[in-house]
Ligand binder design. Structure first.
Ligand code: FAD
Ligand code: SF4
Ligand code: SF4
Length: 476
């Protein structure tokens, strides 16, 4: 008898919106074993060479392969299938934009709901962590060569883990006091619990990586120091410099970059002040400028630290928002208010320069710009004032120049991203780069993919010593 197709996706239990805005605990609670098996049983097991889900995943996780192992109750097997290409499943299962990647082409979409691949991947990682299951890891004998990794975000951690397995001696240098990059200082606890990132870092250390925190390359040590001491260097320094709009009053107190706002809350645990000694300003109303994932994270964090009203101010309409649909829905459920077709023109402070008002202008949408999205055009005479106690800018970030400003050999694009070729080689011999430092703001899984491919290229370089005369920039 033909297998009956189960059309409806198995829902993932979540914290109730009214309860969760008072805590930082994870919103999506994850599948139980029974629910995971039920969801897994919906997958029709497309053959490996044709499965469109695998093609949609930037690191080509063998999705039907690990789902089959769940159905066979073989959780170690499921973990090992994922680990063949993805060493951070507990993280990607939570934060990947699956709807644009693995899940986008799932054939079940034609028959009903697409398979919830991300939540199944997360389930496997969580189950393994909770039951002390580790993947079988083959580590080649030490080859006597050393690699330095700068930055401990997903690109650096992935490159480090792959190089260790190839027999290299790896040291990761991180500017902050905790490793993890955006995973630890940017993405909030309620989307990505920090103990999951810490677990992955512990695993890397267990494999033998050394992690040196509080070391800023470009200040504490220079890139030249690393180039002298190591056989190769990988730069996974991300894109952590915030962008602001140069408007009157932008220097008022209470106007944060999303980076600072989220770092205070996530890394410095301002939501536990005074138990932790970093405060965060809390008032009645906060406005976030921007409409991507970072903006949603800032808005939802603001509600949790105690702002009564939180606004997202966006210059286009909802359909153009760049945040994941799941994040937008979660923000809506939690009571974040959205104001579309508005742009800030001025900030006004009180006598002590504390921001009190953001002046906004209404827009209409004009012709599409280079991004293909219709350009917002201000409508003269439509200015109005919104009273605020704090403002967060979440309009994008660019790479930090600390590391390369005194290294003229390292060339950058006009956007400040590092120039690399298809093997992630920068314009300085022996120095490789990947992740947001070369792509600009992108995603965790793309950064991981870069770290993986760069590790292979580093291995090839150290073994052959080959380096081209000229570096032809790869287009991302
Ligand atoms: P990063 O994660 O930025 O790490 C770079 C590290 O390098 C940092 O720890 C930094 O301190 C360190 N560093 C920098 N300069 C130096 C130096 N000179 N010396 C030593 N160390 C240095 N992506 C998703 O896929 N899904 C999401 O839901 C998502 N949400 C996001 C939410 C927020 C708030 C932000 C900011 C980003 C989000 N992203 C998301 C994007 C994603 O986090 C990044 O694309 C990814 O982390 C980039 O990885 P990376 O390794 O290139 O750099
Ligand atoms: Fe999907 Fe991301 Fe996992 Fe790939 S790594 S299967 S895109 S959740
Ligand atoms: Fe399963 Fe969908 Fe992938 Fe096919 S495309 S193997 S149904 S997850």
């Amino acid at each position: 008898m033909a297998k009956q197709i189960k059309k409806k996706r198995i829902a993932v239990p979540e914290q109730d919106p009214q309860a969760r805005i008072h805590n930082f605990n994870e919103v999506a609670l994850g599948y139980t074993f029974e629910l995971a098996k039920e969801e897994a049983s919906r997958c029709i097991q497309c053959p490996y060479n044709f499965a469109p889900c695998i093609k949609g995943c930037p690191v080509n996780v063998n999705i039907p392969g690990f789902i089959k192992k769940i159905l066979e109750n073989d959780m170690k097997g499921a973990l090992e299938v994922i680990h063949e290409t993805n060493s951070l499943p507990g993280i990607t299962g939570r934060v990947c934009p699956q709807e644009e990647q693995c899940e986008m082409n799932c054939v079940m979409g034609k028959l009903g709901d697409k398979i919830n691949i991300g939540k199944l991947e997360r389930f496997v990682a969580d189950y393994a962590r909770e039951h002390g299951i580790m993947p079988e890891t083959k580590i080649a004998p030490k080859n006597g060569k050393k690699v330095a990794i700068v930055g401990s975000g997903p690109s650096g951690l992935t490159a480090a883990s792959d190089l260790i397995k190839m027999g290299y001696d790896v040291t990761v240098y991180e500017a902050l006091h905790e490793p993890g990059g955006v995973l630890i200082y940017g993405i909030p606890e309620f989307r990505l619990p920090k103990d999951i990132v810490e677990y992955e870092v512990k695993y890397l250390k267990m494999l033998g990586a050394k992690i040196e925190t509080n070391v800023v390359i470009g200040k504490t040590l220079s890139l030249y120091d690393l180039a002298k001491e190591y056989d190769a260097v990988f730069l996974g320094t991300g894109a952590g410099t915030p962008k602001f709009l140069n408007l009157p009053g932008v220097n008022c107190k209470g106007i944060y970059s999303a980076n600072e706002f989220l770092t205070r809350i996530n890394l410095m645990k301002a939501y536990k002040f005074p138990e932790y000694d970093t405060p965060i300003k809390v008032g009645k109303r906060l406005a976030v400028i921007g409409a991507g994932n970072v903006a949603m994270d800032a808005a939802r964090s603001a509600l949790r630290v105690g702002f009564e009203e939180v606004y997202i101010l966006y210059r286009r309409t909802r359909e153009y928002m760049t945040a994941r649909e799941e994040e937008i829905q979660h923000a809506e459920e939690e009571g974040v208010k959205f104001m579309f077709l508005v742009s800030p023109v001025e900030f006004i402070g009180d006598d002590n320069c504390n921001v009190k008002v953001v002046k906004l202008i209404m827009n209409k949408l004009g012709e599409p710009d280079s991004s293909g999205r219709r350009r917002p055009e201000p409508i003269p005479g439509t200015e109005f004032a919104l009273e605020v106690d704090a403002v967060v800018f979440a309009i994008g970030q660019k790479p930090n120049k600390v590391l390369y400003q005194e290294v003229p050999e390292l060339k950058t694009t006009k956007w400040g991203t590092l120039i690399v070729d298809e093997k992630y080689r920068t314009t300085m011999r022996g120095v490789f780069a990947g992740g947001d430092a070369v792509r600009g703001e992108a995603t965790v899984v793309l950064a991981m993919g870069d770290g993986k491919r760069a590790a292979k290229a580093i291995d090839e370089y150290i073994r052959t010593g080959e380096w081209p005369e000229e570096i032809n920039q790869k287009t991302f």
